[in-house]
Design a protein around this ligand. Structure first.
Ligand SMILES: *Cc1c(COP(=O)(O)O)cnc(C)c1O
Length: 425
């Protein structure tokens, strides 16, 4: 890990060229790697030496971007995957299998709710949902000896509830399981969950990290501090892996990178949800300006949120950066530099008025996306959260009149006048 500040890391971490090499990270558009002798390759297959053997598992372009993201989060290693969904899927499957269960906050991204409640269930993994408002005792009661991890989002999409990371890390650790935090919305520029006790961090890099709405991607980062050997709870990491001639991940790689190494050499090898070198290159371009963009997103969003509060057509507004927001105290602690660009608010007149408002926008556009440079809006109840039942909708904090506004990095006056005219319609 470098000692540079976060904005320096965005630019300098990861790729470090040697004398005479290209200054900018090259795209290694190659699926394969050449070896001069077969024994050398055999050692790679046995995980005795480090190196690339096939781009489904690793690639030099991706490796540099992985190193940058690990450095940004303050983790010991990272693994890029093809999407945020794959990141959360692999983060769970790396340490959970049929017959076991996980505990997750219900205030999370709708896609993750579907993944956990529907698809993982079909694979025999049960998800027990908790809410931030439950007492410690109520949450404790969800755990048993088959619980493998606790999962939450730093800023829940789209409920905009801030995760009390220290509290949930404590809960997870007293049950000897890791806390996995999806840190997509804040990015490591605004919050680094490892500093508050989280053990594994995931991201949809599709959002702010790429920042330009160009490439899908995800990443898992290992905090390197969880003791997988305590209590023989994680045999997949502490006993021989038959698919690698009996490698024991915690023995060969140590607690520091056992989790992320296993995720790569077993899950990426077997599932193949790999990111392409071209996508990694584009993601890296986005990362270079991440700190600059986050600063502007935060500033703009706060201005827009303050404006919305004064508009008579707005029934409620949720933005953790507002002093009277229910999440303000948590935001002050975990997000002191800003709360990202996403705002949720209700339009007076319910679902119908919300849709009318969205149709009337000129600068802000309706897209199924958040967290990129362009201001955009979405109606969660009829789009991203459409597959959820009414009960799940309420649990994930979505209301029919709710608009999710993703404030971009345009001039804030232009964004505000656009909103103002559309709310008059
Ligand atoms: C978008 C999103 C995901 C899913 O990521 P994709 O890259 O779209 O697969 C997961 N978690 C959060 C918080 C998200 O916003």
């Amino acid at each position: 890990m470098s000692n540079y500040k976060i904005d320096t890391k965005c630019i300098q971490s990861g790729y470090v060229p040697e004398n005479g090499q290209p200054r900018v990270l090259p795209i290694y558009q190659s699926t394969t790697y050449r070896y001069t002798d077969a024994d050398n390759l055999g050692d790679l297959f046995d995980l005795k030496v480090e190196g690339h053997m096939y781009s489904r598992i690793s690639n030099p372009t991706l490796a540099c971007v992985e190193e940058k993201i690990a450095d940004l989060e303050g983790g010991t290693g990272a693994m890029l995957v093809s999407s945020g969904q794959s990141a959360n899927l692999c983060a769970v499957l790396n340490i959970a299998s049929a017959g076991q269960n996980i505990v997750a906050l219900s205030e999370i991204y709708g896609g993750t709710v579907n993944l956990f409640a529907v698809s993982l269930k079909k694979m025999g993994i049960e998800t027990r949902f908790a809410t931030g408002s439950m007492s410690d005792e109520e949450i404790d009661a969800l755990f048993d000896e088959n619980t493998r991890l606790l999962f939450g989002e730093t800023i829940a999409n789209p409920a905009l509830r801030v995760l009390d990371i220290e509290r949930f890390a404590k809960i997870a650790h007293r049950h000897n399981v890791p806390l996995v935090v999806d840190n997509t919305f804040p990015t490591p520029v605004l919050c680094r969950p490892f500093e508050f006790g989280a053990d594994i961090v995931t991201h949809s890099t599709t959002k702010y990290m790429d920042g330009h709405a160009t490439v899908l991607g995800g990443v898992i980062v290992d905090g390197g501090r969880f003791d997988w050997t305590a209590g023989s709870k994680y045999p997949e990491l502490t006993t021989p892996d038959e698919s690698y001639h009996g490698v024991v991940y915690t023995e060969q790689f140590g607690n520091k990178v056992a989790y992320i190494t296993k995720a790569r050499v077993q899950l990426l090898r077997d599932f193949g949800c790999t990111m392409s070198p071209m996508a990694a290159f584009i993601l890296n371009l986005g990362l270079e300006t991440l700190s600059l963009r986050m600063e502007k997103h935060c500033k703009n969003a706060l201005k827009v949120a303050e404006y919305l509060k004064t508009n008579p057509h707005v029934s409620w507004i949720s933005y953790p950066g507002l002093e009277d927001d229910s999440q303000y105290l948590l935001a002050k602690k975990y997000l002191p530099d800003g709360c990202c660009g996403v705002i949720s608010f209700g339009v007076k007149g319910g679902r119908e008025k919300a849709v009318k408002f969205m149709n009337g926008l000129k600068l802000a556009q309706i897209v199924v996306h958040v967290a990129d440079a362009r201001t955009s809006v979405l109606h969660p109840a009829s789009t991203t959260h459409r597959q959820l039942t009414d009960e799940q909708l309420v649990a994930s904090g979505v209301l029919p009149e709710q608009v999710r506004l993703s404030v971009g990095i345009e001039n804030p006056d232009d964004i505000i006048s656009d909103i103002a005219q559309a709310l008059e319609l």
